[in-house]
Design a protein around this ligand. Structure first.
Ligand SMILES: Cc1cc2nc3c(=O)[nH]c(=O)nc-3n(C[C@H](O)[C@H](O)[C@H](O)COP(=O)(O)OP(=O)(O)OC[C@H]3O[C@@H](n4cnc5c(N)ncnc54)[C@H](O)[C@@H]3O)c2cc1C
Length: 378
């Protein structure tokens, strides 16, 4: 029987191992951390936003959007829900199409994988960081104090974001040794940094707002959702979505009252001596009023068009996802390396990243399925 090794026990590696083991292959998962699925257990603010009902390729960035579309057509969000529910649990969308386990616990999703892989008698080896991968008729995987052989390898070792979960970018070298390249890497789904003086007094305030990312005259993003002020910038669900588009030098324009027109706001301010009580949250109202008093800014303007020039992002350490990776064009339709037969990729290690809302886990599950199908026919 062929031996298949999955490097990385994250969302993609675990899903791939389940597909393979269910199909009768013998799988070994090598994970550098003490436990598998640690990042998965932390997703969606601990609630596990596993996919999204609107899972089209338009929600992804990659070097080959058509290939992402074909991959999603083979394993889309309904397949993900069916797959997860085949291990246990119930998965439901919220009003915005984001799918979560009904119990809203991401750690329970990791538990489903652990339980299923144990039931299937897969070999899960933790505390093993594969440092070298080579091929001389079969694959040789090497780590400190050990090595093993495999007929096929699925490299699902993640990207460079959130290194506290074992993904510091060091695993890219395993692919580079076969001639693969990397597209430029940058943090995505990440807090944005601004001049601290511009957000002074706003730290901790969370609002439902509309936000535009402006690049000169051009609007490169617009959306609606949660914005959370930090001491040096902004965070929150909407900012994470915007971060896929924003870069240093852009301006974030926030509308704190998106359901009310400027005219009504100005009329209210005139009639009630400039009071923002019951217009925006009190903390925000006080901060905007104080600021208008200090620098003479137009109060209605700062409610409807609050402008924050972007200085940058908060780096890989604070990012949820890596933008960039191994180009899709260096893989076939089953994400097999075009340079080395039997070497497959799955998950964030590839140059595919999704916007905020369950798209990155969907990619992990989609690519895991494709790689498993390919490895089975090796
Ligand atoms: C805080 C947080 C919240 C998130 N929330 C969501 C969400 O709600 N919805 C969503 O869609 N996405 C979310 N994401 C993104 C999503 O978790 C990732 O895109 C996804 O986990 C990628 O899966 P992966 O299997 O490719 O990589 P990972 O899950 O990162 O797993 C890779 C694994 O490989 C291991 N590894 C690395 N190198 C080696 C090596 N050399 N040898 C052995 N093992 C190795 C790592 O330890 C790690 O366990 C979130 C990310 C973070 C950080």
């Amino acid at each position: 029987m062929n031996t298949i090794v999955v490097i990385g026990g994250g969302a993609a590696g675990l899903a791939c191992a389940v597909h393979l083991q269910r199909s009768g292959a013998h799988v070994t998962v090598l994970e550098r951390g003490e436990r598998v699925g640690r990042k998965l257990a932390a997703t969606g603010n601990g609630q596990g936003n596993v996919t999204n009902v609107d899972c089209s390729a338009a929600n992804y960035f990659s070097d080959d959007p058509a290939k992402v579309g074909r991959a999603l057509a083979r394993f889309g969000h309904e397949d993900t829900v069916r797959f997860l529910e085949s291990m246990g649990g119930i998965f439901l969308p919220d009003v915005r199409g984001r799918v979560y386990p009904a119990g809203r616990q991401a750690s329970a999703v990791t538990d489903l994988f652990r339980g299923e892989l144990s039931r299937l008698h897969a070999d899960i080896c933790c505390g093993i960081q594969v440092r070298k991968l080579s091929y001389d008729g079969s694959f040789l995987l090497e780590w400190e104090g050990g090595h093993m052989r495999a007929d096929a390898v699925v490299l699902a070792a993640g990207g460079k974001a959130a290194p506290n979960f074992g993904t510091d970018g060091s695993a890219y070298s395993l692919a580079l040794s076969f001639g693969h390249t990397l597209t430029p890497l940058s943090p995505a789904l990440v807090r944005l940094r601004c001049d601290p003086a511009l957000v002074k007094g706003l730290k901790g305030i969370r609002v439902d707002a509309a936000l535009e990312v402006l690049r000169g005259e051009k609007r490169v993003f617009e959306g609606r959702g949660d914005v959370l002020f930090t001491e040096n910038g902004v965070s929150g669900d909407l900012v994470f979505r915007a971060s896929s588009y924003a870069r240093a030098g852009d301006v974030l324009q926030i509308d704190f009252l998106p359901d009310v027109g400027m005219e009504k706001l100005q009329d209210t301010l005139v009639r009630h001596a400039g009071s923002l009580l019951c217009v925006v949250p009190n903390g925000l109202g006080r901060a905007l009023t104080r600021r208008a008093g200090e620098d003479g800014a137009d109060l209605a303007g700062s409610v409807k068009r609050f402008r924050l020039p972007v200085k940058g992002d908060c780096g890989f350490a604070n990012a949820q996802v890596t933008k960039g990776g191994i180009p899709l064009c260096e893989t076939d339709e089953n994400l097999q390396s075009v340079f080395q037969k039997g070497l497959f990729f799955a998950g964030e290690i590839l140059n595919v990243d999704g916007v905020c809302g369950g798209y990155n886990l969907q990619w992990a599950f989609t690519s895991a399925y494709l790689a498993a199908e390919g490895a089975l026919s090796c």
